[in-house]
Write a protein that binds this ligand. Structure first.
Ligand SMILES: [Zn+2]
Length: 390
């Protein structure tokens, strides 16, 4: 399966200036090539290269390899545009948006990502440096950093092109890695049920509750700060709001990585599969008092689901998604289902058999049970094959 690893480059100011000049030159050249492609209707790299190669090499001083990339990048952009037009992302033909998208050549931002193949970029994993082509010559020994696990994936499994991107004044390389999957466990010994919720982001049928009150309190503080900054209409307030939003998103992502890692490791160790509630409509399902609504609306459950899906796939752990309807009202012992079974948010008490449990724990047992049934019936997972780490 494919994974994407992102590492941060640590160029010196001179190297950074060279990289910036390179991105600008490549994107200007590609934008010009795009206008040529628009006029001549050349849409294939070889064809477009005939029209543009010589001039790109002279006008933007790009090397042979980089000049070729400009036409390829342009053609890729037209292919994407064509696909988007076809599947209606710009509305129906004849509408204003559609005409605007199809009626002019593609243009690239000066800082748009630039693909680098192995001839333009080489990696020295032990030294944690790269040697990268720029318009000011080859930059050697440019340091990079990343998380340990990701660097190991990168060193062992990188394949094909990497993208150079500049985000917020920082430089990154985004590399594609092809990593082997573990043989899928065809005979799971049962299913680990995961209930997603507000008070506990994820509760498992093993009794583990991931991230409760403390994180929500922090999130509430963040939200208050954000709304305070939004009310202030000054430039610095907007900048701070943006900074905090980024910080919060990174922290949430980190938490999702940790939760999904623990859940998948727990299932793998015990030879079980994972049953996760179908995330569609989780926002509508959560019926809560107003202050709590904010929390569920702003937790990236889809990201958590995607992380669980790809980590499970990598570990060979079967994952199924189940219909979560009434899992919070159903008794996991006698399956009696009634709203009255749940007298309070955190408590479950069956009206028929008297079974008492933490509400999320009870629900996760129901999800585990439904996951097992789905597995037995052969309805395998439809979880998305998402592959993003970093
Ligand atoms: Zn019961």
């Amino acid at each position: 399966m494919k994974l994407v690893v992102r590492v941060k480059l640590l160029p010196t100011p001179i190297e950074a200036a060279a990289l910036e000049a390179t991105l600008h030159a490549c994107n200007e050249a590609a934008t010009w090539a795009a206008s040529v492609a628009f006029e001549t209707e050349a849409r294939r790299p070889l064809e477009l290269r005939k029209h543009t190669y010589a001039e790109i090499r002279v006008r933007w001083q790009l090397g042979a390899q980089a000049a070729q990339h400009a036409s390829k990048k342009t053609c890729d952009a037209y292919t994407t545009l064509k696909a988007n037009l076809r599947n209606g992302r710009y509305g129906r033909p004849g509408t204003k948006r559609h005409t605007r998208a199809s009626g002019k050549p593609v243009a690239f931002r000066p800082q748009a990502a630039q693909p680098y193949d192995d001839r333009l970029l080489s990696w020295q994993h032990e030294q944690q440096t790269v040697s990268i082509w720029s318009t000011a010559g080859r930059l050697k020994g440019v340091a990079f950093t990343g998380q340990g696990g990701q660097l190991a994936v990168l060193a062992g499994h990188r394949q094909g092109e990497s993208d150079l991107v500049c985000q917020g004044g920082k430089w990154f390389l985004i590399a594609t890695c092809e990593i082997p999957e573990a043989a899928p466990n065809a005979h799971p010994a049962g299913f680990l049920g995961v209930d997603l919720g507000i008070v506990n982001i994820a509760a498992t049928s093993d009794g583990a509750r991931h991230c409760g009150r403390r994180i929500n309190r922090k999130r509430e503080q963040d939200r208050q700060l954000r709304s305070k900054l939004q009310k202030k209409q000054t430039k610095s307030a907007r900048r701070r709001a943006k900074k905090y939003a980024g910080k919060e998103a990174r922290r949430n992502k980190d938490i999702n990585h940790k939760i999904s890692k623990r859940i998948v490791a727990g299932a793998e160790r015990t030879g079980r599969g994972i049953a996760l509630e179908d995330l569609k409509g989780i926002r509508e399902r959560a019926r809560l008092r107003k202050p709590q609504r904010v929390k569920i609306h702003s937790w990236p459950f889809a990201q958590l689901g995607a992380f669980i899906a790809y980590k499970a796939k990598r570990a060979g752990v079967p994952a199924v998604s189940v219909d979560p309807a009434y899992t919070s009202q159903e008794c996991s012992q006698c399956h009696h289902t009634a709203r009255g079974n749940r007298p309070a948010q955190a408590y479950f008490a069956c009206r028929v058999c008297g079974f008492v449990d933490h509400a999320d724990h009870n629900a996760s047992h129901n999800i585990a049970h439904r996951g097992w049934m789905a597995w037995v019936c052969g309805a395998r997972s439809t979880a998305p094959e998402l592959t993003l780490i970093a």
